[in-house]
Each structure stands twice: as structure tokens, then as C-alpha cells.
Design a protein around this ligand. Structure first.
Ligand code: KIV
Length: 275
């Protein structure tokens, strides 16, 4: 069944948790989709996990479109949401609509996500008017690391938490179909989820959100970089990969790979003609 944004709304109404994982390539998207994960986020975290930058800030529209295309081809059922990269929705509303449209038309995404609160309400309204579903993203928004002074848990004072709840309500009013809430105390994740009728998808926001999202490399243990406290590693795929690479190297060096079963044949008559 193809998952749509109305599925998200119904899931929240029924109290069913929503699953989301990131993916940035066809193979991973196909596997995530086959596992029945309801939504795939082509996150701008690809700046770190795929491109090796130390933040999401250098990611371009062209990067996002390229990876979104790959994921869209692999996602048969999951709702594909593409991140709007830093500075693709900050300059003008016209620019923002054009860039959101490119992620849908060229990338094949079904929705876009952008970071920020009240300051982007008008932008969100305009994108939604273009019939493009928008997912909000508040809390620890990685595109704001320079403004935050680093990756810092948000909403830790009553005043800051009230601000996040207000932002969530403003985003709902602007027409988002869901909101990602990142890096806030669990109680605040729960309070935000209760404050709005659209689903809140948490990452480092506790168990009382309406759904959860993780970066696929983090949950598989394939990313060598920093592992935040909220990450649960569900498998040690990185270790499995490294062991496979070592085994391959050993077999190539000692000549046991390729073996007979990996080798094409030519009949002896034809070979004789060569000598
Ligand atoms: O870019 C990303 O992967 C994200 C998730 C961390 C929510 O925005």
C-alpha cells in the first residue's frame, strides 16, 4: 500500500506509532521499504553520511535532488520526504517554492521537510499552496548549529519548551502534515505531541512522540562519526562489512578468489586456436 500524508493523520488519530528512517540511495531505500517502514526521509544528514562533510550546511539542491531520485526509485510504498537544504528556503518565498517543486518534480519525493519555526510560517503556507506537503522540523535543528553554538539539546527550560510548543502550533496552523522534533527532553517531546493534531516524529525526543525517525547509518552502525545518546544501534553492519572486506582482501592476496564457480569458461577447441 502506497503511504500518503493522510495515512500519517489517521495513524495519529488511531494512536498508532509511525516509523521513519533516512535513506540516500536506491539499495537502502529498497530494503527499508521492503521492511515496511512507512516513511523514508532523504535527510540533508547525507552531507555527513554520504558526502563526508562535518555538518549539513554545505549540502546543495543538486545533492538533494540526486539522492532523492535514487530513493524514489527504491521506495515502492514508503512516503518519500526530501529535506530542503540550508539556504534553499531562506532567501525568498518564490525561491522556496521553486526549490520545493524541484524536489517533487525532479527528485520524485512526495513531500519536503524544512527546519525552523514561526519565521518560516509564510514560506510553508506558500509551499503548501503549491500542493506540496510540508513536514516541519523544530528543536535541535542541525542547519542552525552556528546560531546555537553547537549541537545542543533544546527546550531545557520552561520558557524554551513553551517556545517549542508555540512553534509546533504555528507550523500546524501553517499547514504542515507532520513535524520532526529533534533533541529535546522526553517530557517536552510528549507535550509537543499532545499540543498538535499533526503527528510529531521524534529523534532524541523520547517515546511519547507519535513516531520515531533515525539516521539509517546510525541504527545500523555503519557511520564512523559521533553517535548521539539517542541512537540505538540495532545491528553491527559496519563490523560485518569490515570483516567481509578483510576476507575479500585475504582471498585475493592468497589467490583463493575467484574460484571455479566464479569463473567464465570457454571450450578447449577455441582456446587451442589461440596458441
Ligand atoms: O537530515 C536528517 O537526517 C534529519 C533527521 C535527523 C531528522 O533531518
Amino acid at each position: 500500500m502506497k503511504i500518503t500524508t493522510s495515512y500519517f493523520k489517521k495513524a495519529k488519530e488511531k494512536g498508532e506509532k509511525i516509523t521513519m528512517l533516512t535513506a540516500y540511495d536506491y539499495t537502502t531505500a529498497s530494503l527499508v521499504d521492503a521492511a515496511g517502514i512507512e516513511s523514508i526521509l532523504v535527510g540533508d544528514s547525507l552531507g555527513m553520511t554520504m558526502l563526508g562533510y562535518d555538518s549539513t550546511l554545505p549540502v546543495t539542491m543538486e545533492d538533494m535532488i540526486h539522492h532523492t531520485k535514487c530513493v524514489s526509485r527504491g521506495a515502492k510504498n514508503a512516503l518519500v520526504i526530501a529535506d530542503m537544504p540550508f539556504m534553499s528556503y531562506h532567501i525568498s518565498i518564490e525561491d522556496s517554492c521553486i526549490n520545493a517543486g524541484r524536489l517533487i518534480k525532479e527528485g520524485g519525493a512526495a513531500a519536503v521537510k524544512l527546519e525552523g519555526g514561526e519565521e518560516f510560517a509564510e514560506t510553508i503556507r506558500a509551499i503548501v499552496r503549491c500542493q506540496i506537503p510540508v513536514c516541519g522540523h523544530i528543536g535541535l535543528t542541525p542547519q542552525s548549529i552556528n546560531a546555537f553554538g553547537g549541537f545542543k539539546v533544546q527546550g531545557k527550560t520552561a520558557e524554551a519548551a513553551r517556545g517549542l510548543i508555540k512553534s509546533a502550533k504555528t507550523l500546524e496552523d501553517a499547514g504542515v502534515f507532520a513535524i520532526v522534533v529533534e533533541g529535546v527532553p522526553a517530557e517536552i517531546g510528549g507535550l509537543i505531541s499532545k499540543s498538535v493534531s499533526v503527528p510529531v516524529i521524534g529523534i532524541g525526543a523520547g517515546k511519547d512522540c507519535d513516531g520515531q525517525v533515525l539516521v539509517v547509518q546510525d541504527m545500523l552502525g555503519t557511520f564512523p562519526g559521533h553517535k548521539p545518546k539517542f541512537v540505538k544501534q540495532f545491528a553491527s553492519v559496519g563490523e560485518v562489512m569490515t570483516n567481509a572486506f578483510k576476507a575479500y582482501s585475504d582471498e585475493v592476496k592468497n589467490g583463493s578468489f575467484p574460484a571455479d564457480e566464479h569463473t567464465y569458461k570457454i571450450n578447449d577447441e577455441e582456446i587451442k586456436k589461440l596458441y
